[in-house]
Design a protein around this ligand. Structure first.
Ligand code: DX5
Ligand code: ZN
Length: 233
């Protein structure tokens, strides 16, 4: 992760939308095409109704990712697995505020590994507890879909939450990451509300492949342009 904090727009393609038989090449392709972070969605079939990657998978991916490996843990319990994902080479480890009764301890455990700590918040969860956690957080991840699957529709009511978090964070070096339903239509709304990291699965991978990686580049340029145009207007 870049040692210098900034609020420049960063795109984090979610490999949940990549070719599952070709992850190494997919990670290399999206980075070559301009991805800032690589977002890895870890699901346990319990906290969310889908199953994806264990720590061994992340360790294998690490060899193909030059930049930031952003690991989003949609698992409960989460505490027993933090060290394993840190050892697998995660730069950012994000846990859900809903994943257990001791989110403060969870964030402390993430920081103790040397990884950056992320706090994810589901659409149905408020942010009253966040001020008490800010000293332990490097990334707040606002879920703009209910987690579990790619390709869902953006939940617009979360924009108010993004605005409130942006105010709450003030000058602290904390990223606001948006996860779910990010498209050329919704990306500008998120950035205008205060986000600086946009996770996108379908909007980046759709239409491309490792044999047609230029489509990933085009999709990412379109997302960046949608934000620039909206902010300029
Ligand atoms: C949802 C995941 C997201 C998802 C985003 O549970 O956390 O990262 O893959 O996919 P899109 O961009 O297709 O909504
Ligand atoms: Zn995610």
């Amino acid at each position: 992760m870049s040692p210098e904090f900034n609020r420049d727009l960063k795109l984090a393609p979610s490999i949940l939308s990549a070719d599952f038989a070709n992850f190494g090449a997919e990670c290399r392709a999206i980075e070559a095409q301009g991805a800032d972070w690589v977002h890895v969605d870890v699901m346990d079939g319990h906290f969310v109704p889908n199953l994806t990657f264990g720590p061994a998978m992340c360790a294998a991916l690490r060899k193909h990712i030059k930049g930031v490996m952003d690991v989003h843990l949609m698992i409960a319990p989460v505490d027993p697995y933090i060290d394993a994902y840190a050892k697998a080479g995660a730069d950012v480890i994000t846990a859900h505020i809903e994943a257990g009764p001791h989110i403060h301890r969870t964030l402390q455990s993430i920081r103790a590994t040397g990884a950056k700590s992320g706090l994810a918040i589901n659409p149905g969860t408020g942010i009253d507890a966040v001020p008490g956690l800010l000293d332990l957080v490097d990334v707040v991840c606002v879920m703009t879909v209910n987690p579990g699957f790619g390709g869902q529709k953006f939940i617009h009511s979360q924009l108010n939450k993004i605005r409130a978090l942006r105010q709450m964070i003030g000058d602290r070096p904390i990223h606001i990451e948006i996860d779910g339903g990010v498209t050329v239509e919704t990306a500008p709304l998120c950035v205008a509300a205060g986000a600086d990291v946009l996770v996108a699965g379908s909007a980046i991978f759709n239409g491309g492949s490792v044999d047609k990686p230029e489509v990933y580049g085009e999709n990412m340029r379109n997302l960046r342009a949608s934000v620039r145009t909206a902010l300029a207007g």
